[in-house]
Ligand binder design. Structure first.
Ligand SMILES: NC(=O)c1ccc[n+]([C@@H]2O[C@H](COP(=O)([O-])OP(=O)(O)OC[C@H]3O[C@@H](n4cnc5c(N)ncnc54)[C@H](OP(=O)(O)O)[C@@H]3O)[C@@H](O)[C@H]2O)c1
Length: 214
């Protein structure tokens, strides 16, 4: 697949590395392409461009920007470049205020997720929440002693979720589909839970697993 990644931070780079490793074509999008010179030198098959360049390039889009900037980044990418495309939304609505006893603060509430806000504005983009509930170091083919970890996903478009499920298979995850976009109200706060051991004990390598009945 051709994957356009809107973002240039640790998540964008980790997922880009995974897509490249699994044979996909990748373009990272940033407001400042020059700052990715070292990254491109280490990943010579990858491309770098602006937010609109990456959105236009991708048949599959990944959104991996600061949560407070997510809507602005999509506006900059251009609705026409995103129209009709599946989009993996890895963002979390983390507020600028510091964590309290290791618990992050969000700028959303339990009755409205960031992904729903984005879906409401970009109505024909096929959003799928994924990769928001694990650290970037564990996103691609992670090894945990408890076995294959679970990625919770949601979104309104079943075909888009199927595409994302295929990527998750490649990246070494089992997929738990939690339904429509409203489920992001529950999936986004998994990030808060995931981060607590990190802030309290500097333990940043773990993932969730859903145990099911035999
Ligand atoms: N770090 C993790 O391990 C992790 C794990 C799961 C989910 N997440 C979520 O994934 C997202 C990306 O996280 P990250 O740690 O990779 O990096 P980040 O520092 O949260 O975001 C960096 C990206 O945000 C963009 N950005 C920042 N301010 C902007 C603005 N005002 N307008 C437009 N774009 C702006 C930057 O654009 P430029 O490229 O132009 O500088 C850059 O691409 C976040 O929502 C985070 O909560 C992070």
């Amino acid at each position: 697949m051709r994957v356009g990644i809107i973002g240039s931070g640790p998540v964008a780079k980790a997922l880009a590395g995974g897509f490249l490793r699994h044979g996909h074509e990748v373009m990272l999008g940033t407001r400042t392409p020059a700052k990715l010179a070292d990254w491109v030198a280490g990943n010579p098959t990858a491309r770098v461009g602006s937010f609109p360049d990456a959105a236009a390039f991708g048949g599959l889009i990944v959104l991996a920007v600061k949560g407070t900037a997510a809507a602005d980044a999509l506006r900059a990418a251009g609705a026409a470049n995103l129209s009709g495309k599946p989009l993996i939304d890895a963002t979390n609505p983390i507020a600028d205020a510091p964590p309290s006893n290791g618990v992050l603060k969000f700028f959303t509430d339990l009755d409205e997720s960031l992904m729903e806000r984005l879906q409401r504005e970009f109505t024909d983009v096929r959003f799928v929440k994924a990769f928001n509930s694990v650290g970037n170091a564990g996103m691609v083919n992670p090894q945990f002693k408890g076995g294959t970890p679970t990625m919770f996903i949601c979104g309104n478009d079943d075909a888009a979720k199927k595409i994302v499920g295929g990527i998750l298979d490649q990246f070494g995850w089992e997929t738990a589909d939690m339904g429509k976009a409203e489920a992001a109200r529950a999936i986004e706060p998994l990030c808060m839970l995931w981060c607590i051991p990190g802030f309290l004990r500097n333990d940043w390598m773990h993932a969730f697993k859903l145990l099911t009945a035999p």
